[in-house]
Design a protein around this ligand. Structure first.
Ligand SMILES: NC(=O)c1ccc[n+]([C@@H]2O[C@H](COP(=O)([O-])OP(=O)(O)OC[C@H]3O[C@@H](n4cnc5c(N)ncnc54)[C@H](OP(=O)(O)O)[C@@H]3O)[C@@H](O)[C@H]2O)c1
Length: 305
């Protein structure tokens, strides 16, 4: 199959963005980077996988945007709106340009941004970004995972090799193309709303949550989050989500959750886009979330005071 001549633009690159951008370069794709500040013409980064290390380099984007541009935005949830607004101001931007967007948590977009050609991506890869002693960007690919990308039904029915979803599927496997990712996004959201704040408040590894003493709280958190999901017409069940939470805690038993890492490194957390969003959505829908509210209070007492 011939490779499509797409022009991928990756924001950052951050941990996940840099991982995907590296995979696209390995696949012979044209990649450029939109950094927060244009200080250089080129961005270099290294990705360390279990078996090997790879060095990558990509130019900073130029304007007007090239034909067949595809954006990849993988930013913290609190940066999503600003990131989207920024790309809409780039010369040559139009609303038909595909934007692959990946973040944890939920974000309510302002109306004009909802009209963009957004394709949510869910991924279970684990990656950590740091700088080495020379201040070079280093991304450690700690956990190989899988991904799901929301695509238009026409792409699934009549795929062409010019489609970003199909190119990404080849470059960054395993990746499944789906028509509607809302259920998968909510499942990940429920899992994150349990594991992230709990491990951040109690400063423990994910596997700690498997202990019997946690189960009443973990189960309540899951049940309340599922009730909110159901109020948004997402059909998840408490039993399936509780099982998933335990599975993720088991499979990542020794890991520190991303929220705990953010706390340890004194970075801003995604608590407002996780527990905050859940509690507010519950309030609007008339679904009580007392266990999440309590956890949010503990989090705020511990880290905002
Ligand atoms: N890392 C993981 O293992 C993982 C796994 C699954 C899901 N997630 C989720 O995926 C999302 C991204 O995570 P991540 O770990 O990849 O984050 P990250 O390493 O912080 O990367 C985000 C990148 O986007 C850049 N950025 C943000 N706003 C920008 C803007 N307006 N213009 C240009 N660049 C901008 C950031 O720049 P600055 O450095 O200047 O802020 C950073 O380079 C989060 O919601 C996270 O929870 C992460």
């Amino acid at each position: 199959m011939t490779k499509a001549n797409l022009n991928w633009v990756v924001l950052g690159p951050g941990a996940i963005g840099g991982l995907i951008a590296g995979a696209l370069l390995e696949h012979g794709q044209s990649v450029s980077v939109l950094p927060r500040k244009n200080r250089t013409r080129e961005i270099n980064w290294q990705v360390t996988h279990k078996q090997f290390k790879a060095d990558y380099s990509a130019p900073v984007i130029t304007q007007p945007l090239a034909e067949n541009t595809v954006f990849i935005i993988s930013v913290k949830a609190f940066d999503v709106i600003q990131a989207l607004q920024r790309i809409t101001t780039l010369r040559g931007f139009n609303k038909a340009i595909p934007i692959i967007i990946s973040h944890n948590g939920m974000v309510e977009l302002p109306e004009p941004l909802k009209e963009l050609n957004l394709h949510p991506l869910v991924t279970t890869h684990g990656a950590v970004r740091s700088r080495n002693e020379n201040a070079d960007l280093c991304i450690q690919h700690r956990g190989a995972g899988r991904s799901w990308l929301e695509v238009d039904p026409a792409v699934r029915n009549q795929p062409t090799d010019f489609d970003p979803g199909l190119v990404l599927q080849q470059a960054f496997p395993p990746l499944t193309l789906e028509q509607d990712l809302s259920q998968r996004r909510w499942l990940k959201f429920v899992i994150n709303c349990v594991i992230n704040p709990l491990t951040a408040v109690h400063q423990c590894a994910n596997g700690e949550l498997l202990k019997g003493s946690w189960q009443a709280q973990v189960y309540s958190l899951v049940a309340e989050a599922v009730a909110v999901a159901n109020s948004q017409n997402v059909s998840l069940t408490t039993e399936e989500c509780y099982k998933e939470v335990l599975l993720v805690a088991k499979e990542t038993a020794l890991n520190h959750s991303s929220m705990l890492q953010d706390i340890q490194q004194q970075r801003r957390t995604e608590i407002n886009q996780l527990t905050g969003y859940l509690v507010n959505t519950g309030k609007t829908a008339g679904v009580a979330t007392p266990t999440h509210q309590q956890l949010l209070n503990e989090f705020q007492q511990r880290y905002s005071g």
